[in-house]
Design a protein around this ligand. Structure first.
Ligand code: NAP
Length: 390
């Protein structure tokens, strides 16, 4: 029996974080080192007690006292804020599950890569914003990078490294989200409550809305380009409403290899944390007789322009991924708060990308953070102007 490995979960209170803790309870081979959350203090404290974590961190400085009080009868160390997140990431552990939502996950995940931890990467924003610099940090640190995003995890499972020369394309599947068949007129007035209702997957609020706008697929296209070192032309998206095929790899002999499963992130998480062995997981099995059919549709970039913006960002290269992601995050928050419309998210993002088209490539992470800040400022300005005009 191999000895237990240790893991830190950045973003343990989220959808991926909770699924990770569930997988760990099934694997019984990993010991939790540190956990981080943000606003859900009650859940974070409960997770810390159950998992045996040695350090627990809230990203919100203002909630430090609440977390400290909730764990006052334990000897679990408590920290808060940006420094607390970095402390958790830098604490010795074999694995780090990077499951903070958004660019907030970038700095702590980088800290973990630099000390050589193996990274299970759910936070796609690390690759979208920092791309090559993030991969370089991984190489310098020496840890392994295993994708958790179901599409990338699927490709990771079926991409045969010794057939790399024959790799023709990767095909990312997309459920199409709740508005798959809607017209743009119908989408114009939707609210966050409607947009968050994903037909197949149970996920956090922001990624659910990103799935509805197809910005999630846009981020995944950029993530795939970096992870698998392919050209934008080698990345295809196909709408597959049942979310049973999680993605595919096509080879020069016409063969296509796919990974299938029920839509449950625990399969991808378990595979990542057990690699190269497959774990034994209690998740629903596919019942092909019940399934009966699998459907496919070409994606519609006119109704869902986010995918066109991803291609633009990939073709332009440089910092355009960071710009797309930061502008989108600001627009998404404005949409959740009811300050901007569903369709305006892509419009705002495209305007910011155009305004920052000639920003030179980032040479350091400081450059990436500066670009991120400028894109946020511009997106905020555009949204405020529209609110005043309306
Ligand atoms: N959910 C999925 O099925 C799925 C699939 C593939 C990829 N992903 C990716 O995985 C990441 C996490 O997604 P999720 O759905 O698990 O998100 P989520 O449910 O919203 O959880 C996000 C986690 O990040 C924490 N957090 C929020 N704001 C933070 C901040 N400013 N600083 C530090 N921590 C913060 C949250 O803490 P509190 O809850 O305590 O506030 C929570 O622990 C995203 O990058 C997403 O794109 C998710």
């Amino acid at each position: 029996m191999p000895s237990k490995r240790t893991i830190t979960i950045l973003g343990s209170t989220g959808s991926i974080g909770c699924s990770t803790l569930d997988v760990l309870s099934q694997l019984k081979r990993m010991q939790v080192a540190a956990l981080t959350g943000n606003g859900n203090i009650a859940l974070l404290a409960a997770q810390a007690r159950i998992s045996g974590a040695r350090l627990v961190v809230t990203a919100d400085d203002n909630r430090y006292r609440d977390l400290k009080d909730a764990l006052s009868d334990t000897d679990i160390a408590v920290a808060a804020g940006r420094n607390g997140l970095i402390e958790a990431a830098e604490m010795q552990s074999d694995w780090v599950m990077a499951a903070i939502v958004g660019t907030a996950g970038l700095a702590p995940t980088l800290a973990a890569t630099r000390r050589g931890a193996d990274i299970a990467l759910a936070n796609k924003e690390c690759l979208v914003s920092a791309g090559d610099l993030f991969l370089k940090a991984m190489r310098d640190g020496g840890g392994r990078l295993i994708p958790v995003d179901s599409e990338h995890n699927a490709i990771f499972q079926v991409l045969e490294e010794n057939q790399r020369h024959a790799l023709e394309r990767i095909v990312l599947t997309a459920s199409g989200g709740p508005f798959r068949t809607w017209t743009r007129e119908q989408m114009a007035n939707v609210t966050a409550a409607t947009a968050r209702a994903h037909p197949n997957w149970s996920m956090g609020l922001k990624i659910s809305i990103d799935s509805a706008s197809m910005f999630n697929k846009a981020l995944e296209m950029i993530e795939a380009k970096h992870l698998f070192n392919v050209t934008p032309e080698q990345i295809e998206v196909i709408v597959h409403p049942q979310s049973v095929i999680h993605s595919m790899v096509g080879y020069t002999d016409g063969s296509v290899l796919a990974q299938l499963g029920c839509p449950d992130m625990r399969t991808a998480i378990g595979y990542a944390l057990s690699h190269p062995r497959r774990p034994n997981l209690s998740v629903e099995r596919l019942d092909f007789a019940k399934l009966a059919r699998l459907d496919f549709e070409a994606p519609d970039e006119a109704r869902f322009p986010a995918m066109r913006l991803a291609r633009l960002a990939m073709t332009r290269g440089g910092v355009q991924g960071a710009v797309l992601n930061a502008a989108k995050e600001v627009a998404l928050e404005a949409f959740i708060d009811g300050r901007t419309g569903f369709l305006a998210m892509a419009e705002t993002t495209e305007s910011v990308m155009e305004a920052m088209v000639s920003v030179p490539p980032a040479r350091s992470m400081d450059d990436v953070f500066a670009v991120d800040a400028e894109a946020r400022r511009l997106a905020g300005e555009i949204i405020n102007r529209t609110v005043v005009a309306a």
